[in-house]
Design a protein around this ligand. Sequence first.
Ligand SMILES: Cc1ncc(C[n+]2csc(CCOP(=O)(O)OP(=O)(O)O)c2C)c(N)n1
Length: 670
Amino acid sequence: MNTKELMNLAADNIRILSVSMVEKAKSGHPGGAMGGADFINVLYSEFLEYDPENPSWMGRDRFFLDPGHMAPMLYAQLALTGKFSLEELQQLRQWGSVTPGHPEVDILRGIENSSGPLGQGHCYAVGAAIAAKFLAARTGNPTFAKETIYAYISDGGIQEEISQGSGRIAGTLGLDNLVMFYDSNDIQLSTETKDVIDEDTAMKYRAWGWNVIQIDGNDCEQIRQALSDAKKEDKRPTIIIGKCIMGKGARKEDNTSFEKSCKTHGSPLGAGYRNTVLNLGGNPDDPFQIFPEVAQLYARRTEELNAIVAERHAQEAKWAVEHPDLAAQVQKWFTGEAPQVDWSSIQQKANEATRNGSAAVLGVLAEQVPNMICASADLANSDKTDGFLKKTHAFKRGDFSGAFFQAGVAELAMACCCVGMSLHGGVIAACGTFFVFSDYMKPAIRMAALMGTPVKFIWTHDAFRVGEDGPTHEPVEQEAQIRLMEKLKNHKGKNSMLVLRPADVEETTIAWKLAMENVDTPSALILSRQGIVNLPQANDYAQAEKGGYIVAGSDAQPDVILVASGSEVSTLCAGAELLRKDGMKVRVVSVPSEGLFRSQSAEYQESVLPYGAKIFGLTAGLPVNLQGLVGHNGKIWGLESFGFSAPYKVLDEKLGFTAENVYNQVKAMF
Ligand SMILES: Cc1ncc(C[n+]2csc(CCOP(=O)(O)OP(=O)(O)O)c2C)c(N)n1
């Protein structure tokens, strides 16, 4: 067993590197990193099981950091395991460096998730723990049952509301493969924790059904014992509440203690830096060093890991020989490739709501995509994710043989769990709720877009046609908000999200195909509650794959072009009939995704929506939804206020979403 002296030396090494990175960058968060160093050192030098040769090994333990501001601690730790060089550490927060201000997912370097918005990181861990349970049950590959998912949470994450959802879900599902360390250091950014929180956190987690262990979070022996006990737990998730010292070892200019101070949370140590490094046994003139004893500690750990993973790989290989077809499938799942789906097998009933069209697709996906998990925030029968549920069953404590995740009423936690499942790998995650509640999920959507996690968001009840539920439930500005993500590029230069609002059930099948084939970014499907008359029979739905296209029945050399997405397209088709009776030539264009449409060639875009054409747009959302499509010669009929409570057909009349109003508005353009 490693001696206490050696473990303390290694933790001090992490502290020295952390404070030195921040000092060099003249920016960052040293205090928390100094307090958490003991835990992360014990975890990485004695517990975390990964393949030193293959960072993306599917059976690895995973470490999810919640407080991304503690990036220096993680980078320093990963420097000890050889994933970062000392030179790279010195580039903390600099342009183009591999050590950005907050960690950004980089599996090859051992970073499982981007983190920064407090609270989300530990919820990804809950999702990853669910994914591991699911894969274990679905495949029988023994490696998945051996995974431990570790999470690191701080006061900020404990205070964020999402911890309620994460704690409840992990406890209810009995995720005994989840071990979370709570760095309880009594200090946060602008106050001491006692000024804002007066709860019994241990009792709270106990009430959620967690195994709670309380220790001195700077004592390596207590940490080791706690982690050993947590690994033995076989019914509940474990939280190790470690009382840590903020800024452990920090000194001021006069060499008095600088520990337990808010001032060390988010600024370099400044005048106290040299004394601090000296106090920790480092050399302030040459601080970026790994002590030889610490290098040996980690070299020994690498040898141990090689032996551990050799055994695990042997177990995996034995399983693969016994289950060759399944083994080949699992390999494929972890490449993240799009699944094979027989899209022609999907039977749609004409004129149904697109949420029902989605249910028809989900029923087929449940049968044909064995690594897909679908979730709902207590709306499965309304958001029609029950199309999936009917072909499987929901996860329960001790039984992950199904593929449906009942998240309860917790949209953000559900979204983050799905992000976590996706980060785990091997799993395709989808989740549903009402579109108006996408507001509750936005922080997770943003992180999924940033990380490129291909979660499928299913949002139904897409417009004021929710009707009697009234304005609280009627999305108006949500489409504009979500479509902004289509305009935002990720660092690979792609639209950070694919947002699809199909015009009828047949287009819904195509939208789902696009979403399933989009393995690089999150996708959204925005679906109607009410029935929609199908587009004209001759419509070539395959064209929807271009994001926007001319609907069948359109006239050549039109006098006017009518453009919309979703259910408004069929209203335009009805309006076009009235205009034709008047002798006008009309083209109808369906644009389920402006982002995708704008990714097509300029010629194609011009062929659909020629520059300078007279274009009329109809949207049940804010007019801005169509501004980029109608151009300078156009006109948009949209909704510019919150909705109202009434039957939806009354709302259609009152708000002007009728064929007659389309006719009137278009006539007024001439
Ligand atoms: C959602 C969110 N809100 C606010 C912040 C800004 N912020 C970063 S760290 C922090 C204080 C957190 O304190 P704690 O978690 O105790 O970390 P420590 O002080 O121990 O480093 C805050 C408010 C954030 N990163 N995320």
